[in-house]
Design a binder for this molecule. Sequence first.
Ligand code: CP
Length: 318
Amino acid sequence: MKKFTCVQDIGDLKVALAEALEIKKDRFKYVELGRNKTLMMIFFNSSLRTRLSTQKAAMNLGMNVMVLDINQGAWKLETERGVIMDGDRPEHLLEAIPVMGCYCDIIGVRSFAQFENREFDYSETIINQFIKYSGRPVFSMEAATRHPLQSFADFITIEEYKRKPRPKVVLTWAPHPRALPQAVPNSFAEWMNAADYDFVITHPHGYELAPEFVGNAKVEYDQMKAFEGADFIYAKNWAAYSGDNYGKILSTDRSWTVGERQMGITDDAYFMHCLPVRRNMIVTDDVIESAQSIVIPEAANREISATVVIKRLLEGLE
Ligand code: CP
């Protein structure tokens, strides 16, 4: 594998799942693979799970790890070509990227949508520049439109907990005080479509995701109807995608907060969220603390998804 930014990069999901479960049984099985190899993790945005689980994954593979927080201690970076650099950004990404590539073998990048320009975000300008100019295999630690390490972990978790071959999985929008990117729901939708589950997306009008991510999912605007008979509930907030509303908050309707009222009409569904989660905005205390909440095993699987991905990138090194 030369890069990992979307579900297509992982190939056959059954093969990827088998590899994940093998690694879960013995996470140090490939500890020799990364000897004398260096992973550089570059964060344009904050993280708890991605930072720790990806570093742990690299350690499972015997790698050295360097972490760079672009906004803490590094030069501020200009990202647009053609800009006269007379402002507060003394270095251009186009020099910084190949320099970073000199010091490592594999690069992980976290760079969220900026919500200033939908075309800039949806063309994945930042991570694509790393792919083009670093000279190294690059993987996404959440980019503008996708969070594939999270979605891979979500897929592993659903496969571990499912009680029927083709479970009903519901992605539900829930309220949040800040405008959040569509990366997690986009990516989750992409992986759920690829897994061919009975997949439903529910959200208020105006929160439609980009059609290429909705794919074959059923869109149901009535949250209670969507939840009927569900096996998994995946809650997430996202800001609007469509037209002039891109990046805007259109609703803070707390009736969409996932609580016992909604969970009661599911088929004893498991509750999932990528975390961090705002309690009593996205989900009530009672639901996230219930026996049906699998948010911690879901987070634990981030180490497994990252180990599979970095292992494959190491195997693809020339
Ligand atoms: N789910 C997730 O990516 O968490 P962090 O933002 O803490 O990395």
